[in-house]
Design a binder for this molecule. Structure first.
Ligand SMILES: [Zn+2]
Length: 79
């Protein structure tokens, strides 16, 4: 089970080592895009709308644990 995505009042914390800032995130995103082709046939994506997003896994960049990532209140952690 992966950690929920933090909102404006929360952040991730690794319960294993205390890391607050670096995580590897594996996620699946479903998007709708506006592709604009030029005359040569190359394209740029000018708009992207996020339809849905599922976080598959979150692991700590420092200690590698993926079973200790917790959601904590931003105001409850120091630096
Ligand atoms: Zn860690």
């Amino acid at each position: 089970m992966s950690a929920p995505i933090p909102d404006a009042a929360h952040r991730w914390r690794c319960g294993g080592c205390g890391n607050l800032t670096r995580f590897d995130v594996t996620r699946t995103r479903k998007t709708s895009e506006y592709w604009h082709f030029d005359l040569a046939g190359d394209h740029t994506i000018e708009e992207t709308e996020l339809r849905s997003e599922v976080v598959e896994a979150v692991s700590c960049r420092w200690c590698g644990r993926d079973d200790a990532i917790e959601l904590v209140d931003r105001n409850s952690v120091q630096g």
